[in-house]
Design a protein around this ligand. Sequence first.
Ligand code: PEP
Ligand code: CO
Length: 472
Amino acid sequence: MQRNKARPMPHSDRSLQPVNLPADWAPASWRARPAQQLPRYPDEAALGGTLDELRALPPLVTSWEIIALKQHLAEAQEGKRFLLQGGDCAENFAECSSEVISNRLKVLLQMSLVLVHGLRLPVVRVGRFAGQYAKPRSTDEETRGGVTLPSYRGDIVNAPEFTAEARIPDPRRMIKAHARSAMTMNFVRALIDGGFADLHHPEYWDLGWVGHSPLADEYHQMVASIGDAVRFMETLSGSEVHNLNRVDFYTSHEALLLPYEEAQTRQVPRQWGWFNLSTHFPWIGMRTAALDGAHVEYFRGIRNPIAVKVGPSVTPDQLLKLIDVLNPDDEPGRLTLIHRMGATNIATKLPALLDAVRRDGRRVLWVCDPMHGNTESTANGYKTRRFGNIRSELEQAFELHATAGTRLGGVHLELTGEDVTECLGGARELTESDLERAYRSTVDPRLNYEQALETAMLIVRKQSQLGAPATS
Ligand code: PEP
Ligand code: CO
């Protein structure tokens, strides 16, 4: 396999190691490749004007944050950290509100507390938010009652209402998405900086509606035991342990809408190469991961840590070629592979991929998304997922990695802090008739607070059953 095809570049203090600038790459070089899942904007001039405006706006994240995350992911690859990546399937403009953002943060903080406590590892927290506005769709068009319209592709592209006007791709939505992402990020940063994530005050993360959760006792016992440990350490050291009062939080989204991503791709002073400064950690969705496609072309040139969704149709050979293109220098922290096979497929599909990557000595972070391979429709027309299948895929993932001698270094989940009823099962045993009560997603069904917390608990249980993960 051809490697090191390009000019070596000097590396700065903040680089992890010198790597090569990809040959023949530019932020717009994806435009020469076949692109899937991109909308057709009817007004080219309006699109061009919007992209110029976007290019002039300030970035949402910084290169040093991106490089810090890459370092954390490199440590996760070595078994020294665990990645928790979660949030909505899609954010929408209407729900860019204080309550939705802080509730989602609360759930992620509670889950990470459970994971830190149970796995005895630092957790890398990455939200699916502040930019998760574009959605791939299985068909370009949708037909209802004999009327056919373009599919809804997320609020950054068009609106979900089933009218001809709502479904026209509107470039101005990119400016709105950028602004909403900035507001979300600003609020999250302010909360974290203000002490919201302080381990001395886990009560800040309590969600009002969960007072009688069947999981509450277990969670509160854990919080109490952490509180004891914190007080013990503080008594020993005679002072407050300050690094417990803040945590790092990073953002991620599916970098699907390439014109938007290109406009956010920048060079920065005292750094070589190009960064996508709209998010720390973009990923390529399953439907756009073709080796010769536009998305892979775009991703190979940016310096962010990146992830790729790996579905059941990917072969070991295809995966190795993809790794070659996306991480030719085997750079630590660069590449995360998120497998999403489905509970019924994972045992037959995953082992060959794990073996191929291990045998070839490729450095990747393996992460399990137990959501997207387990989507189904109920008789009453809801798109849902069964908690039992999500649990089963996750448990099998841990076992399959243990058997293959590889390491499952994280999870990728769709969840919300709202009291929704979108996935079946879980501690409260939600049934098909419960779905009618609070089904709010316009795209995929999300775990609610209890189901999300239960998932964190089951990860801990499974990992301890298999023994602590080996660190290298
Ligand atoms: C998603 O993460 O919302 C998604 C569409 O996933 P996938 O690309 O794995 O289907
Ligand atoms: Co989804």
